[in-house]
Design a protein around this ligand. Structure first.
Ligand SMILES: C[S@@+](CC[C@H](N)C(=O)[O-])C[C@H]1O[C@@H](n2cnc3c(N)ncnc32)[C@H](O)[C@@H]1O
Length: 358
């Protein structure tokens, strides 16, 4: 008996609830995409104030010419409140009003138009959504990615042929990478003393630019990526864009950085790239890797879920035998390719820094 209510927790009813939640879980990302497309976070954040607004007030901002169903918007906002994207306020005569939580604020574009919203929107484009029902095909036949089976080409090739998709990919990568790189650069000082830094799979070059701004000792930055991927990369001070394939060779530098690349390579391909990095480094040179690192234990934590669900995204869209690896798997890959020292810095729960020294 608690507060006059009798709580009878029946394991079987909990099991039924869990199944119902999973059965309906598509409502969550699709509702999130809907509010992002309607620019609801921006509407609540107007003037940087985060004022709680009712669904009809939000609609009057996102639909200034009228229209839209406030009750249905409120239904969506309530669901997303259960995922702590919005906070619900019932203080004004029981009328529900919504503000942004810290998670919701991460979806509001910054002055450069970047936020986590772009990453979400990029992932929920039609070409990916249509590949999801084929996820089990990666078990039946691991020789071809479900995305490629459906579209006749791999996810990178698909992206690189389409200029709009490329811009979205750049913005998605930058929007996600910049906030945690800011924190990483505050806490990790492994770029001290480096004069030439190569970023393998550096995409638009914005991360290399961030590193160089923080470490003026880096005089030369080489942003290395697939030729078509850097074809529309912006010009950035001190940075040379070099097109190539890391599976063939990597430009020389006194340190090499790579972030969020190895997950799309098989173990054999990772070894090849690590060998190429080894060759491109001087004695004592460092390879600094920033990759999703899967936990050894399978638990129900948010971190484990974020990492294991990202792993299935990779398996379905990019590479059936690419993967999120554990720290030990990274260490063994480094040792097998000749690196002498391995250190892990757990600055970010999703993207730890892994240092391999020659
Ligand atoms: C997920 S993105 C990460 C981009 C950036 N490093 C970041 O963290 O925001 C992976 C990048 O690796 C690049 N890439 C994939 N395979 C590559 C290869 N074989 N050689 C060079 N770059 C490659 C892709 O073109 C893409 O820009």
């Amino acid at each position: 008996m608690e507060n006059g209510k009798v709580h009878v927790v029946k394991p079987q009813s909990e099991a039924r609830l869990a199944i119902l939640e999973l059965a309906h879980i598509m409502s969550v990302p699709t509702s999130l995409v809907a509010v992002l497309k309607m620019k609801v976070p921006e509407a609540i954040w107007q003037g940087g104030k985060n004022t709680p607004l009712s669904a009809s007030q939000i609609l009057s901002i996102v639909r200034p010419n009228g229209g839209g169903d406030a009750e249905n918007l409120q239904r969506i906002l309530r669901l997303l409140t259960t995922y702590a994207i919005f906070a619900e306020d019932l203080s004004s005569n029981g009328k529900r009003k919504y503000s942004l939580t810290d998670i919701g604020k991460a979806l509001v574009p910054d002055d450069d138009g970047l936020s986590y919203a772009t990453y979400v929107l990029q992932h929920y484009q039609d070409q990916y959504l249509r590949a999801w029902p084929l996820v089990g095909d990666a078990v039946e036949d691991a020789s071809v990615e479900p995305f490629e089976k459906l579209h006749g080409e791999g996810a990178y090739a698909y992206c690189m042929k389409r200029p709009d998709e490329m811009s979205l990919f750049y913005a998605s990568m930058s929007g996600l990478s910049m906030p945690h790189m800011n924190e990483m650069l505050e806490k990790y000082d492994g770029f001290k003393g480096v004069e030439t830094l190569v970023d393998v799979g550096g995409n638009s070059g914005v991360i290399l630019n961030m590193i160089m701004n923080k470490y003026p000792n880096i005089l030369k930055g080489i942003n290395f990526d697939l030729p078509d991927m850097i074809s529309s990369a912006p010009q950035l001070p001190g940075i040379t864009h070099v097109g190539g394939d890391a599976l063939e060779s990597v430009p020389a530098g006194d340190a090499i950085f790579t972030k969020w690349t190895m997950l799309t390579w098989t173990d054999e391909e990772c070894k090849k790239v690590l060998q190429n990095c080894y060759k491109a480094l001087p004695v004592n040179g460092k390879l600094i890797v920033c990759e999703p690192v899967s936990p050894e234990l399978t638990d129900e934590s948010q971190r484990t879920r974020a990492l294991l669900s990202g792993d299935i995204f990779i398996m379905t869209m990019y590479r059936t035998k690419g993967k999120h690896r554990t720290e030990e798997q990274f260490k063994q890959l480094g040792i097998s390719t000749g690196f002498l020292r391995f250190r892990a810095f757990h600055i970010d729960p999703y993207f730890p820094v892994l240092e391999f020294q020659k």
